[in-house]
Design a protein. Structure first.
Length: 139
């Protein structure tokens, strides 16, 4: 799900504090009710009500509402450098298994091999595909 600008999230929290129902907040901001419900649930988990603390920046609000990235384990497992992994895989003789062993050597409590492969595959899937054009051979 694409995140809303923090300005809209602040407005949603303000409208809820003014007594608007989730449905009315969703209509007012032209959003789905499920989206509004998700943001309200996140705010409730963080005990964020209106008015928000005056010193709470948009970046801090985002960190509180979205404490981790999708697919990332909450227990603080160190993330591999996927760009490095991707580059290294292009070298002859380098395998994902070898790179995982290198990763585990540095981070013994890091991801297991299957999870490491799964996360790399997800990361790789987000790269923009490139369509290579071949020049026709002149005969």
């Amino acid at each position: 799900m694409k995140r809303l600008p923090m300005r809209k999230i602040r407005e949603a929290l303000r409208l809820r504090a003014d007594g608007f129902s989730g449905r009315r907040v969703a209509q007012s901001l032209s959003l789905g009710r499920a989206t509004i419900s998700d943001y309200f649930r996140r705010a409730d988990v963080e005990c964020l009500g209106w008015p928000l603390p005056p010193d709470l920046s948009d970046a801090d609000l985002e960190k509180r509402l979205f404490p981790h990235f999708p697919g990332e384990v909450r227990r603080g497992v160190p993330q591999p450098d996927w760009a490095y992994v991707h580059t290294e895989l292009r070298r002859k003789g380098v395998t994902l298994s070898l790179l995982w062993e290198e990763y585990r050597g540095v981070h013994p409590a890091g991801y297991g091999y299957s999870r490491y492969c799964e996360l790399y595959t997800r990361w790789e899937g987000k790269l923009s595909p490139v369509m290579r054009q071949r020049q026709p051979h002149n005969r």
